[in-house]
Ligand binder design. Structure first.
Ligand code: BGC
Length: 245
């Protein structure tokens, strides 16, 4: 199976081994074009898929709300995506059957199946920290799709503008300073949802040792663990969705 992950900075894809829940070849990445218009992004998806000569069903993640293949929001890509039948557009462009789903939902499903949330009941919230903040909410392993917890308002700001990895980089924040913001954000989400477990994903999960120590023991009751599939979770989740086509 094959998954493509459209992100705010890169469009990444790889064939996926669904028995192991990992990539079966090294992933290939092109930079997300700016502006990230549908046509320009479709070119990138095409490049990634043709790099591998893939010709089967395709799962594609999108960094916004996706309802029945239609992209509904576009916080970190061009507004031309809003209201677009992305499933049809990608399928027409590549001549392949396509499923499109929210990037954090895809990553969350992969983490719940193969990674840090494996076998976990109760309420689990997977957050992807990157250009934005994505969320996937699970109850006893079942996904509530298209939650947008990255856009909760925190101290009068859109939370992802303060606590995403991009905010850390743009504002040149120390790990401690950024972790302090992240903790406030997690505390807010915990107040609203009382999850048993937070799984923190995105590329940053590789550096969990730099910020997890600042999150623990500060009044948060939920357990907090780094994602295990790290930055490949979206690709794996996309391929899992494609397997159902
Ligand atoms: C979008 C979400 C997405 C997240 C991570 C947010 O800005 O609204 O849909 O999951 O970024 O890409």
């Amino acid at each position: 199976m094959f998954g493509v992950d459209i992100g705010g900075t890169g469009i990444k894809g790889a064939p996926v081994d669904l028995d192991k829940g990992g990539l079966s070849d090294e992933r290939y990445k092109v930079l997300t074009p700016h502006p990230a218009t549908p046509d320009a992004v479709l070119d990138g998806v095409h490049d990634v898929v043709s790099h591998f000569g893939w010709s089967g069903p395709l799962g594609v993640t999108f960094p916004g709300v996706v309802a029945d293949g239609v992209t509904r929001t576009a916080a970190n890509v061009d507004a031309g995506w809003i209201g677009l039948d992305a499933r049809k557009a990608i399928s027409d462009r590549l001549g392949l059957p396509v499923v499109v789903l929210n990037d954090a939902d895809a990553a969350g499903v992969a983490e719940m199946t193969f990674g840090a949330g494996r076998g976990h009941g109760g309420t689990v919230i997977v957050l992807t920290l990157g250009t934005g903040i994505g969320s996937a909410v699970f109850v006893d392993g079942r996904l509530l799709p298209n939650t947008e917890l990255g856009h909760l308002e925190l101290h009068g700001h859109d939370a992802e503008k303060r606590a995403s990895v991009k905010a850390r980089e743009d504002e040149d924040l120390s790990w401690e300073h950024w972790a302090h913001r992240l903790r406030k954000y997690l505390a807010h989400v915990e107040m609203l949802f009382s999850p048993d477990l937070f799984v923190l994903g995105g590329g940053i999960s590789r550096k969990a040792d730099k910020f997890l120590p600042y999150l623990h023991g500060h009044g948060l009751s939920a357990r907090i663990v780094p994602a295990e599939l790290q930055n490949n979770a979206g690709i794996v989740g996309a391929a899992m969705a494609a397997a159902k086509l």
